[in-house]
Design a protein around this ligand. Structure first.
Ligand code: UFG
Length: 325
């Protein structure tokens, strides 16, 4: 297939683009390089630099069978401070992409949705039929796109899949997480281990969890990529399908830091701090639907292995100097 990958210079988009090329697909990456890196785009992909709104129509007119839509803004705190950026950059740009797809007759899309659409869930693990009630503009901007996909499927025959990611980590084929503005736990802890930061702040120790810190479900980026390739094959005209992607096991912030100590051999100083606004106590996925409908089998579910891959990427990219993806 000839596939448009928006955001294919970013962390997750570049890993999925690499897997698509390995699987023999013809890939066009569209990315404005606002947070991604040109060097992360896999060899063998065509590359168009620019925004979805401005350039998607021209790329689609060149003949595209399916779209994988990763390009998005994804800083939760920024979304609270500047919601307009998320309504425009996420929801608005995605609506423009859907219109361009309709005009060009492109009928398949796999979309990067998020666990953030569930807000503070009533129970764990979270199934796809749990109430959608996002607690932040980031989650709301993604939930709105999920709704638009459902309606485009119903009224226009689109075949759409929303993949709701839980906490993605790890690295694949020299592509990993290293943002200019880093907010995610594992890369921050690894920056402490490599001496780029002095300590990690634990965001809240009074949550109703076993050790008082937040619990998350970590998924390896390569397993996440596998789910995208399967979702692409399962796009069905007129249907919007939704799948949660996680391993179904929760790890607390303290457990993640301890595992980073084991992997890196570094003491990793930590300082207990206040809660970060908007953080749910526990986010763990029920991914049975992805397993049964897509035939998805996570091959790297262990936290130790996920962190070991992230650490290998971190030390390699620090050695060559500067951010990768
Ligand atoms: N944390 C710390 N210290 C840090 C960084 C993070 O204690 O320096 C904590 C957070 O407060 C949270 C946990 O580690 O309790 C995980 O935080 P991340 O930022 O790594 O990930 P989130 O769970 O906040 O974010 C993920 C996705 C988002 C999505 C969100 C849904 O990365 O895109 O889940 O809540 F919006």
């Amino acid at each position: 297939m000839r596939i448009l990958v928006t955001g294919g210079a970013g962390y997750i988009g570049s890993v999925v683009a690499a897997r698509l090329v390995e699987a023999g697909h013809d890939v066009v990456v569209l990315d404005d390089l606002s947070t991604g890196h040109r060097t992360a785009v896999p060899g063998g992909c065509a590359f168009v630099e620019g925004g979805v709104r401005e350039h998607a129509a021209a790329v689609l007119a060149g003949g595209i069978d399916a779209v994988l839509h990763f390009a998005a803004k994804s800083l939760v705190a920024e979304s609270v401070a500047r919601p307009e950026l998320y309504w425009s950059g996420n929801t608005g740009a995605s609506l423009a992409l859907l219109e361009a797809m309709r005009a060009a007759g492109v009928g398949r899309i796999v979309f990067s949705s998020t666990a953030a659409v569930y807000g503070e869930p009533d129970s764990a693990p979270i199934r796809e039929d749990a109430p959608v009630r996002p607690a932040t503009p980031y989650g709301a901007s993604k939930a709105a796109i999920d709704t638009a996909l459902a309606e485009h499927a119903r009224m226009h025959g689109l075949g759409a899949v929303s993949l709701r990611y839980f906490n993605v980590a790890g690295a694949y084929a020299g592509r990993g997480e290293r943002h200019t503005t880093e907010t995610h736990l594992i890369p921050i802890v690894l920056q402490v281990a490599s001496g780029e930061r002095g300590h990690v702040a634990v965001n809240g120790t009074d949550y109703p969890t076993a050790d008082g810190t937040c619990v998350r479900d970590y998924i390896h980026v390569a397993d996440l990529a596998d789910a995208h390739l399967l979702a692409l094959e399962h796009c069905t005209p007129g249907e919007h399908q939704v799948f949660n992607l996680g391993n179904g096991a929760g790890f607390s912030v303290r457990e993640v830091i301890d595992t980073c100590r084991e992997v890196t051999g570094h003491p990793i100083p930590q300082v207990d701090g206040a809660r970060r606004p908007g953080d749910p106590a526990v986010l763990v996925a029920a991914s049975d639907l992805a397993r049964s409908r897509l035939g998805w089998i996570p091959r790297r579910p262990g936290l130790h292995g996920i962190i070991a891959d992230a650490w290998a990427f971190h030390t390699a990219s620090a050695a060559v100097g500067g951010p990768a993806a």
